[in-house]
Design a protein around this ligand. Sequence first.
Ligand SMILES: *Cc1c(COP(=O)(O)O)cnc(C)c1O
Length: 396
Amino acid sequence: MSGPVLRAADALAAEQLPAFLYDLPGLRAHAAAVRAALPERVELYYAAKANPAPPLLTALRGAVDGYEVSSAGELAHVRAAVPDAPLAFGGPGRTPAEFTAALALGVHRWHVESERDLHLLAAAATGPVDLLLRVNLPVASGTLDSVALAMGGRPTPFGLDPDRAAACLELLARPEYARLRLRGVHAHLASGLAAAEQLALAERVVEWSVSLAARHGFALDEVNIGGGMAVDYADPAARFDWTAFGKGLADLLDRRPGLTLRIEPGRALTAYCGWYATEVLDVKHSHGEDFAVLGGGTHHLRTPATRGHDQPFTVRPVAAWPHPWPRPAVTTGRATLCGQLCTPKDVLAHRAPAAGLRAADRVVFAMAGAYGWNISHHDFLMHPHPGFHFLEGGED
Ligand SMILES: *Cc1c(COP(=O)(O)O)cnc(C)c1O
């Protein structure tokens, strides 16, 4: 799958580096496989914040049922890229202006994160509004200890405290809130969960939602169990077990006739389709260790710095060395791959195997498709922005 991407990276002129390359046929195939592993009664949404590049949004359209957005800006952007797609809209701090803008553009499901959201939504709505209550459910202690980003199961600003669900239901029962139609519950509790952990969480969220609906006498049509399917940067070949996850969800749905489940992964859909290609500018030996200084860095691909991992990479040796002076090269077998920023945090991979790596060789980082360029601090140090190449296949 990565062959065409590496060849496309080789074909770029040195002046075109650094560059992001995206494998759109690969993304389509991956998303279609995810969709195929899920039961029919599970709707697949893509969390646009993972990577909102329009060609990716468009490529996903055939496999996903909709998109999850977290601001009016994302909402307008996704609406323009995939005009017909259903949108789910959440987020902890939406302004009244965002509520009005989103109502005008049309939202399939509102994720209500507080009583304030209900008040603002009721005041702004001119027609029916379908919503889910986003709840920060307690989870068994230890369940989320291993994950990178816990957004629930402990004190956080995300979603409603379970204690406040009753107050929201009381508001929704009032005549002046009649436009607001409660369809179910939403819970995005963490990112980085394996299939078995996701299933355990899904069971817990559905159980809690069913009992809330029974206590308060509302029809539970839908439960959105969020995103957070694990991506393992240390092992690019290891993938979230969508087959086991789909089977587990099918079991769960067999026990809950009439219920629709929704999931909204971001990272696990787009991480694998993106590469960041650059070249080695210099190799320095410093206090016994080698440092390969690359064009670009974490101002383009911040992911390894924010998560504290080493970004997986492939070296593409370049034979030509145009200079009369000696070519700097790694001599210790390992090198820290760093960028052009004047900060020790600008590291893409620490002490990685890099025997023989030389200046002017190319390095192509894999798994750069999610939370890469769009979360990075592009203008820190004012280096040029990278190129973007959305490969359709058949380029070579
Ligand atoms: C970030 C986020 C997601 C996607 O999380 P991933 O870890 O990228 O799958 C889904 N839902 C909500 C509410 C989010 O905030």
